[in-house]
Design a protein around this ligand. Sequence first.
Ligand code: URA
Length: 242
Amino acid sequence: MALMRLDKILSSTGEYSRSEAKSLIRSGLVMIGDRQARSGDEKADPEVTAVTVKGVRIGYAEHHYIMMNKPGGYLSATEDSRDKTVLELMEAKYRRLGLFPAGRLDKDTEGLLILTDDGDFCHNIITPGKKVPKIYYAEILGQLADIHVAAFEEGIVLGDGTKCRPGKLEILPDSQGKKCYITIEEGKFHQVKRMITACGCQVAYLKRVKIGGLAIDESLALGEYRELTDEEKNLVLTGRQV
Ligand code: URA
């Protein structure tokens, strides 16, 4: 890793605001190796030389990847003047990292949401041409049937005439056509709800359960979140067909 400014290294953890980082440096509490740092302009390679604050080594990461179990009632946005956003569910340390949702879920949709500050990673998830499947569990008003499975395979035509790419509809056995999994590789506005409407039914409940090869961690309660492991991060894009 290249040399980086000390203030950037400190702020990469989210633990300290810029002014806190400055004041820690001024107070002599930040060390670069065995030398006391004097200013945020100083440079270090945190992988080579330990940067410590009050004796504790900073674990530098260029980017951050978070899995959240999104609850209903929150917007997949970073800020909004009217509604609560998923960022408001996160502690200050994470709110300082410049995270944004990698793809949107509707306000009333629950389940797997990835938040990151890595634009390329986000692009790979949301661009339809990258073919990263998103899998949803849905409960339905009405009754889905085999003709709808075939229509999904063919590519559903939405009410406004837009033709979706082929998707997959799996109706759960013994659910009387009222529970299903839906797999799509696109993310058009309200896409799943509009696909189900095109089948003459309505979505009563929607939860995203998987992105690529990464399934929601069911031990996370609604509103809880955690960092992805490197292996999980890789799983997101490996569910993609190339
Ligand atoms: N499709 C929808 O209709 N809503 C979502 O939140 C996600 C996909």
